[in-house]
Design a protein around this ligand. Structure first.
Ligand code: NDP
Length: 449
């Protein structure tokens, strides 16, 4: 990893000492600190008031036991987390992830990223994240419901419209938000719409929230293309994953004239040179909840199982990693570059390793970090909160226009900030600095708390 300046090195060493073994969290902190050298040189007040040190320490970390009963009547045990990272700009806001890999270090990396992402949206939301090591794969609907109820039975005492507003992430979609909301309502006896986002359209949800992260990532990529007088027309695109973010990224690429030629899940990837058949993919993944290999069987596309090849070996102009952290390493980046990729935009959170990001930079590939490119999901969650607060509900077209405008705003702010701080066109530097300054100024104004 690149060397930080002296003050930032001291801060980073302290983060390593306080948070042993949390490698993803270390990676996320290092990536932000790496951009802040010119900021601390220009604005000593941020280091004088220990703003960066405070930003790296969550305001509150909650870890709890989640016992529940499976279909065979056996008691199962999981661990739940909610990290309330920073509330300088508004109530904590960020998703819940249910995946067996979840531990405190993952939740903290995601919560830390969320602070800057939420700041970039320009909306009044702080940063937080949560989840559980529960594995939803292969669980019945009844088991999912009982797990969600057990999870909310502890979480409810920590959240609220003015405190902390969770949403979905890996393993938590509309079904899970429904069960979580139902249990919150039951145990609090309050129909508090603003306590969760990602709700169903008939009970407080927002149009476009389901599509928002994937659509937003593609809107952001479209802005990059427009800035060079280019478009999606005739472009081949790889989208990794086939979950919520991936599916709607594919949809928007197709609507804008591009062609997605590969997608994946943890079992492997499909290569469909004529373009992914999105209706079939939605049916396989969302309707039948089956594996992506089924898509290949039914469409005639090529399926390559995990371990036998990588989705990043497919030739494309644009790559949108939309599955999970560190899914695209230096080797994958090299393959993409050799195959002529021009733009990589992160739909997932931190899917590219530091090595990969460095190689993209050195090879002139435009790289858009997740905290900017995938901010459309949380931005639309904030629009859902606005609608809940005013007991209103907006049309699909109106909400999508708002989303597109927000993504354009984030894109422009990243570019302008990258120029102001001497790294023109570097979206990572632009996103980190623009996201940081807004939070840091709010923290300074609010005193030492
Ligand atoms: P989903 O659970 O809907 O989909 C995740 C997809 O990624 C699935 O296809 C899954 O495959 C695949 N995947 C997960 N883990 C791995 C792995 N270790 N190796 C390979 N593939 C894997 O999650 P989302 O689409 O909601 O989230 C995807 C990413 O986007 C995450 O990084 C998330 O933090 C980020 N994000 C999501 C937002 C949202 O609004 N949902 C907002 C902003 C960011 P399988 O089914 O086989 O596990």
């Amino acid at each position: 990893m690149p060397v930080l300046d002296e003050k930032l090195t001291t801060i980073y060493d302290e983060v390593l000492r306080r948070n042993p073994g949390e490698t993803e969290f270390h990676q996320a902190v290092h990536e932000v600190l790496d951009s802040l050298g010119p900021v601390v040189a220009k604005h000593p007040q941020y280091t004088d008031a220990a703003v960066i040190n405070r930003l790296c320490e969550p305001e509150r970390q909650i870890i709890f036991r989640v016992p529940w009963v499976d279909d065979k009547g056996k008691v199962q045990l999981n661990r739940g987390f909610r990290v309330e990272f920073n509330s300088a700009l508004g109530p904590y806001k960020g998703g819940l992830r249910f995946h067996p890999s979840v531990y405190l270090g993952i939740v903290k990396f995601l919560g830390f990223e969320q602070i800057f992402k939420n700041s970039l949206t320009g909306m009044p939301i702080g940063g937080g994240k949560g989840g559980s090591d529960f594995d939803p794969k292969g669980r019945s609907d009844g088991e999912i419901m009982r797990f969600c109820q057990a999870f909310m039975t502890e979480l409810y005492r920590h959240i609220g419209e003015y405190t902390d507003v969770p949403a979905g992430d890996i393993g938590v979609g509309g079904r899970e938000i429904g069960y979580l909301f139902g249990q919150h309502k039951r145990i609090t006896n309050r129909y508090e719409s603003g306590v969760l986002t990602g709700k169903g359209l008939t009970w407080g949800g927002s149009q476009v929230r389901t599509e928002a992260t994937g659509y937003g990532t593609v809107f952001f990529t479209h802005e990059i293309l427009k800035a060079r007088d280019e478009s999606f027309d005739g472009r081949d695109v790889i989208v990794s994953g086939s979950g919520n973010v991936a599916i709607y990224a594919i949809e928007k690429v197709h609507q804008l004239g591009g062609r997605v030629v590969a997608a994946s899940d943890s079992g492997g990837y499909v290569h469909d040179p004529s373009g992914i058949d999105l209706e079939l993919l939605k049916d396989v993944k969302n309707g039948r909840r089956e594996r992506i290999s089924t898509y290949a069987t039914e469409s005639g596309a090529t399926f390559v199982p995990t371990g036998k090849g990588s989705v990043w070996s497919v030739k494309a102009d644009i790559a949108l990693p939309c599955a999970t952290q560190n899914e695209l390493n230096g080797h994958d980046a090299r393959t993409l570059i050799d195959n002529g990729v021009k733009i990589v935009a992160e739909g997932a959170n931190m899917p590219c390793t530091p090595d990969a990001v460095r190689l993209f930079g050195e090879s002139g590939v435009t790289f858009a970090p997740g905290k900017a490119a995938n901010a459309g999901g949380v931005a639309t969650s904030a629009l859902e909160m606005q609608q809940n607060a005013s007991r209103d509900s907006w049309s699909f077209e109106h909400t999508e226009q708002r989303l597109e405008k927000i993504m354009r705003g984030i894109h422009d702010r990243c570019l302008e900030t990258s120029e102001e701080y001497g790294a023109p066109g570097n979206y990572t530097v632009g996103a980190n600095i623009a996201g940081f300054i807004q939070v840091a100024d709010a923290m300074l104004a609010q005193g030492v708390i």
